[in-house]
Design a protein around this ligand. Structure first.
Ligand SMILES: C[S@@+](CC[C@H](N)C(=O)[O-])C[C@H]1O[C@@H](n2cnc3c(N)ncnc32)[C@H](O)[C@@H]1O
Length: 201
């Protein structure tokens, strides 16, 4: 029998204090994001939003570097754990659903960081999710993206479901343009997509 897919909330709750048991939880900022921030230095600043912020490490890294950071996750337990981990944080953490974001976040952020959330969402929600992510980027602002990708439209039968070029094209349709874009082969027909997109209209 195939085990039913567990929600993220169920996974965070089941992990309890054993946060390292969560397959995506590194308990440190995502190294490619840190590298990019080191390279870009003071070139980007202002208000930042972290999509699907998990246990908060990337949001904290941005706050440490002087960004005014908002971050959200659909899982209340993830946000609770994050607040426990970083009790003195300046980040505004919220429980929120990417598919139903607060209206005040519309085109508000100079930097939006999306790491491995899109690929976690059911295929049917991808277009709306990518549109919602793009919608938070301010005019002239940047989206920093990292995802697992694949060419074929047919999804794998287990999560994560890598994103396709057609799904990422939604970001461009929503007014963003790639400024940097790289694809690194990950495994067989899978690759990692990384890059930045700027709002041009
Ligand atoms: C694979 S984890 C990645 C977490 C974090 N971005 C990282 O790279 O460590 C995907 C995250 O997206 C969150 N998530 C899934 N669906 C979401 C939704 N509809 N709205 C907001 N967050 C969501 C999950 O709770 C989870 O924390």
């Amino acid at each position: 029998m195939v085990e039913p897919l567990r929600s993220f909330e169920e996974m965070y709750a089941a992990a309890g204090d054993d946060l390292a048991a969560l397959p995506w939880a590194n308990l440190k900022p995502f190294p490619p994001l840190v590298e990019w921030l080191d390279d870009r230095g003071a070139g980007v600043d202002g208000a930042a939003l972290v999509i699907g912020s998990g246990l908060g490490d990337d949001a904290e890294e941005l706050a440490r570097r002087g960004f005014e950071v908002s971050a959200f996750d659909v899982s209340p337990t993830a946000i609770e754990r994050t607040r426990e981990r970083f009790p003195d944080s300046t980040v505004e953490y919220r429980v929120a659903d990417l598919l139903d974001l607060p209206a005040e976040w519309r085109e508000r952020f100079d930097l939006v960081v999306e790491i491995r959330t899109l690929q976690s969402l059911p295929i049917a929600d991808r277009k709306a999710a990518a549109t919602a992510i793009a919608g938070t980027v301010a005019p002239g602002g940047l989206l920093w993206l990292h995802a697992l990708g694949r060419e074929e439209r047919s999804p794998r039968d287990t999560r994560p479901w890598p994103v396709t070029p057609q799904e990422l094209a939604v970001l461009e349709a929503a007014g963003l343009r790639w400024e940097s874009h790289r694809e690194d082969l990950f495994d067989a027909d899978l690759y990692e997509v990384a890059g930045t997109l700027r709002r041009v209209r």
